[in-house]
Design a binder for this molecule. Structure first.
Ligand code: NAD
Length: 261
């Protein structure tokens, strides 16, 4: 299937590792020109090198999305590339903790990292998408939006906020040819999952390997996902082919969640 994104400009945040990196690579393989954002310049340059080595186009824009001056700098740096047509909104997950061990400030900080940058970037990107009459927005959230996960209070709270914001926005911008969706990954083998399971292993007095194996047993596929398996679904949602699919949360979790819808 031709995804119809050759030559389009794609902004990918959280692109230096894990799910975001796999999506950046996939977009470049499909011919999109990738603007790759994350904090680590070194990891981004490695990604850009890999994309260019296989004939693709990419540029690294090191940015800490949690710092408002860097966020403004990002918006200024993408300006010369013209309207962004594809936007993959991704960033790191907040630290694991039960709700009662968090302060109000922890919630404010999590909102500043997960919600504020998304809203500000949408404010900057929407005029260009509207002028083009085309846009694809996809945010990576978590299966926590279907079933909140124990000890991930910040993630459970902020992913729901992101989903509510984007669902609202999706209906407003649909007449402009812009689709807005979220992809909720299940357990996927990345650096992030290691952090979550190290915490879980410590709580249970077991090893990281044992905690991961125990989780795998509870997933119908019998294993955790690979970042490329998440990316394959994301590529379709970011493509020209998904034009009648908007305002949705697509769960990619190996069948883990039990809810009907
Ligand atoms: P990851 O931690 O491996 O990668 C996150 C990416 O975001 C990295 O490129 C990192 O550099 C970047 N990033 C983090 N903070 C940033 C900041 N302030 N500014 C700019 N970039 C920043 O995560 P992942 O496993 O690839 O997951 C991607 C998202 O999906 C995360 O939000 C994660 O919580 C969520 N998620 C992951 C899983 C999983 O099993 N891996 C499951 C459910 C949800």
């Amino acid at each position: 299937m031709d995804l119809g994104i050759r030559g389009k400009i794609a902004l990918v945040t959280g692109a230096s590792q894990g799910i975001g990196r796999a999506i950046a690579l996939g977009l470049a393989q499909e011919g999109a020109r990738v603007l790759a954002v994350a904090r680590s310049a070194e990891k981004l340059e490695h990604l850009v090198h890999e994309i260019k080595a296989s004939g693709g186009e990419a540029k690294a824009i090191p940015t800490d999305l949690g710092k408002s001056e860097e966020l403004e700098g990002l918006l200024a740096q993408i300006q010369p590339f013209g309207p962004i047509e594809l936007f993959l909104a991704n960033t790191g997950g907040p630290r694991p903790s039960p709700a009662q061990e968090l302060s109000p400030m922890d919630f404010r900080q999590a909102a500043e990292n997960l919600l504020y940058p998304l809203v500000r970037l949408m404010e900057g990107l929407l005029p260009g998408m509207k002028a083009q009459g085309f846009g694809r927005v996809l945010a990576i959230t978590s299966l926590a939006v279907k079933e909140p996960i124990e000890n991930l209070a910040l993630s459970n709270t902020l992913r729901a906020a992101v989903t509510g914001y984007l669902k609202t926005l999706s209906r407003e911008v649909a007449p402009h040819g812009i689709t807005v969706n979220t992809l909720a990954p299940g357990y996927t083998l990345t650096e992030r999952v290691a952090e979550v399971f190290e915490y879980r292993a410590k709580q249970q007095g077991t090893s990281l390997e044992a905690a991961l194996a125990q989780q795998a047993q509870q997933i119908p596929t019998g294993r955790l996902g690979r970042p490329e398996e998440i990316a394959d679904v994301a590529l379709f949602l970011l493509s020209s082919r998904s034009s009648y699919l908007t305002g949705q949360t697509v769960v990619v979790d190996g069948g883990f969640t039990r809810s009907l819808l």
